[in-house]
Design a protein around this ligand. Structure first.
Ligand SMILES: NC(=O)c1ccc[n+]([C@@H]2O[C@H](COP(=O)([O-])OP(=O)(O)OC[C@H]3O[C@@H](n4cnc5c(N)ncnc54)[C@H](O)[C@@H]3O)[C@@H](O)[C@H]2O)c1
Length: 346
């Protein structure tokens, strides 16, 4: 059987710890032929480490010299759009790291390029691949929750400002915790709700701690280079009447070190997802149902495997380009609402 010929754009830590090990795990059906990075030494190091035959400093060179079927785009956020569109226009399916891009207009162009070229474009929202999410989804799909009318989403760290790389640089990342970790729980919640249409978003952002400096639980950071929000809080109303409260922070004076969770409130039952507990009423009693025996799975591994399978035509993708675009529209609306002080209609 012909193997899926894969290329990598951006050779940073996410490629080293997840994309490449997982492509190698599937070497019966995948061969990684090329890797590029603006830092050629980094591309060379990764090519040698993972036995990749070609490395370059630009994707233009890669597409000129190597024939590929699929590409992982793993650059900093600002460079996702141009790389994704180039890969799609060169006839490749694309797995792009999250978030889709740094603006709605970029994500729209990416979605259009996927449609025009009839290629797969998906995003690595790997939390939805967890057993916790999949188990709760089965309960929702079976009607056990009734209508899920409200959701509370949290992606919060007490002092988890990533000081390495470019995570505190607004120009390159497009924002802070909302676009970096908030999007994971936002996608998880939307996925569980069935991606309802958004009516409007109202939000505020703050930078009260990141710009001052202080204790870091994920290493130190340079407050002078901190140009993103350190927390964001918002309300989303959906056209079907459902609502969502989203709270996200790199730094917040709160009890826990970290909180990544989705709380669902339905007519017949509610739930927390991480860990999964269902709250309901049965036979005259209020009960909490735990799901204690779910398998521990490698979510990234599942995400990359599902991309490979979709490229080979074996499985429907879990995350679509259109869903990524909705996440990006919500992120844009959060930042616009925070800046203008007005609600933003989508
Ligand atoms: N799914 C997840 O949970 C997860 C986790 C970590 C990172 N990410 C995402 O992965 C992406 C990369 O993050 P990372 O942690 O690997 O960052 P990183 O800083 O370790 O690596 C980025 C690499 O891209 C290279 N690069 C920069 N500009 C480029 C360009 N224009 N063309 C090609 N290469 C370029 C850099 O030289 C660097 O080697 C980001 O979008 C981030 O949000 C996702």
């Amino acid at each position: 059987m012909k193997k899926l010929r894969v290329g990598i754009i951006g050779a940073g830590q996410i490629v080293e710890v997840t994309h490449m090990p997982n492509y190698m795990k599937n070497s019966d059906v995948v061969e990684t032929l090329s890797i590029i990075d603006v830092n050629l030494d980094r591309a060379k190091y990764m090519a040698e480490k993972f036995n990749i035959p070609h490395y370059f400093s630009s994707y233009e060179e890669m597409f000129k010299h190597v024939e590929l079927d699929a590409v992982s785009v793993c650059t900093p956020n600002k460079f996702h759009a141009e790389a994704v569109i180039a890969a799609l226009n060169n006839g490749c399916h694309v797995l792009c790291e999250k978030p889709p891009a740094i603006s709605k207009s970029e994500a729209e162009r990416m979605t259009e390029a996927a449609k025009k070229n009839n290629k797969i474009l998906t995003y690595n929202f790997h939390f939805r691949q967890s057993e916790e999410v999949q188990a709760i989804k089965r309960f929702i799909d079976a009607g056990e929750f009734g209508e899920v009318y409200s959701v509370k989403v949290q992606a919060l760290r007490r002092r988890g400002i990533p000081g390495w790389g470019v995570f505190t640089n607004k120009d390159i990342q497009g924002g802070g915790p909302l676009i970096d970790i908030g999007v994971h729980m936002l996608d998880t919640a939307l996925y569980l709700m069935g991606y309802p249409e958004v009516d409007y978003v109202s939000a505020v952002t703050y930078d009260k701690i990141g710009k001052k400096g202080g204790v870091g639980l994920m290493g130190g950071w340079d407050p002078k280079k901190f140009t993103v929000e350190d927390s964001a809080f918002g309300f989303i109303r959906f056209k079907n009447g459902a609502s969502m409260i989203l709270e996200t922070a790199f730094a917040l004076n709160m009890k826990d070190r970290s909180l990544m969770n989705v709380n669902l409130f339905g007519e017949k039952a509610g739930a927390t997802v991480f860990p999964p507990v269902i709250y309901t009423e049965k036979h005259g009693s209020l009960i909490d149902m735990e799901l204690p025996f779910l398998a521990e799975v490698d979510k990234h591994s599942r995400s990359i495997k599902s991309f490979i399978d979709a490229c080979l035509g074996n499985e429907d993708l879990l995350c679509t380009a259109d869903q990524g675009l909705i996440v990006q529209k919500i992120v844009d609306a959060f930042y616009e609402s925070a800046e203008t002080g007005q609600s933003v209609k989508l």
